[in-house]
Write a protein that binds this ligand. Structure first.
Ligand code: SAH
Length: 287
């Protein structure tokens, strides 16, 4: 990381305070739970969650976060640190084990990706509306997909289909060297840009376009994550996976499952089904 990358145009606390202030008004929105696995998180008492968070904190390796996210973003004395730690503990309790993934989740201020009226719900383990009939993904599923894709390795180049508000791209940026993310809705592509800009994350490239076509000019990718569910994974994306690379995607209509596809040779892919999930649909074309 260069000295330039470490510079912050805005102090993070000023951004946090603005959003926190704005969110203190009436909150008319409700959380939209995303997968069948989320309930355990909601049934924990605040004390149990806090205890778990504390024990989790001790298990996170120092310096585990090695991406290009600014250090101030990782360690500032934020109001949201404690609630985020509790959220990370709940995600760990649901089965996410990779400490670097959990540390990345802890590093990214999810409330800064939500509109101010929704920020108070940012650390509920649920998907939440971001406009245009789309959602910010549930933290558990974000962590789970990244854990499966990375499989314990530090990946060089990763493609995300469905940038939305940019949250998962930010989490990925902590874990991998280069993140490419495509969004088909222009307004959300712009939203992600404005959410990510003040964070000065140097290793994310946002693209406006149809993610079903992938990014041939940047391929092959070590990993591909789809944040929207198609009836099947587009062939084009499978071909943009490096041999040895892993693609994780929700697949299906009303009943969706998380699918892992590994490219084992030039002409061979292995597929396995992991768990039920619920995502917004994958659509072709741009709007
Ligand atoms: N990654 C986001 C999740 C956004 S929801 C997060 O961090 O929370 C899924 C997104 O996929 C939506 O914004 C939707 O517009 C987008 N999407 C659906 N089909 C797409 C396609 N073919 N190409 C690119 N984006 C697509």
């Amino acid at each position: 990381m260069t000295a330039k990358d470490k510079r912050f145009p805005l102090s993070l606390s000023s951004v946090v305070n603005q959003k926190d202030k704005a969110s203190s008004g009436t909150n008319r929105h409700t959380a939209m739970p995303q997968t069948a696995m989320r309930n355990a998180a909601h049934h924990m008492s605040g004390v149990a969650a806090a205890k778990l968070a504390k024990s989790q904190e001790m298990h996170l390796p120092q310096g585990a976060v090695s991406g290009s996210l600014s250090p101030s973003l990782l360690s500032g004395p934020l109001v949201s640190d404690g609630v985020r730690r509790a959220m990370v503990a709940r995600v760990a309790q649901q089965g996410v084990k990779d400490a670097t993934v959990l540390a990345a989740l802890q590093a990214v201020p999810r409330h800064l990706f939500l509109e101010s009226g929704m920020a108070s719900q940012a650390y509920v383990d649920a998907s939440l509306p971001i406009g245009h009939h789309q959602t910010i993904s549930q933290p558990y599923i974000v962590a789970r997909m990244i854990e499966i894709m990375c499989n314990g390795s530090k990946l060089e180049r990763v493609l995300e289909i469905g940038t939305g508000c940019g949250y998962q791209a930010a989490v990925l940026s902590v874990m991998v060297k280069e993140v490419y993310s495509i969004e088909r809705i222009k307004a959300l592509h712009e939203l992600a840009k404005s959410n990510l800009r003040p964070m000065r994350i140097a290793n994310i490239r946002l693209h406006y376009g149809d993610g079903m076509l992938g990014l041939p000019a940047q391929a092959p990718f070590d990993g591909i994550i789809l944040a929207a569910a198609g009836i099947e994974v587009p062939q084009t994306l499978l071909k943009q996976l490096r041999v040895g690379g892993r693609l994780v995607a929700p697949v299906g209509g009303r009943n969706q499952v998380l699918q892992l596809i590994e490219r084992v040779s030039t002409y061979e892919w292995n597929s396995s089904v992991l768990e039920p999930c619920h995502f917004v649909p994958l659509h072709s074309g741009v709007i």
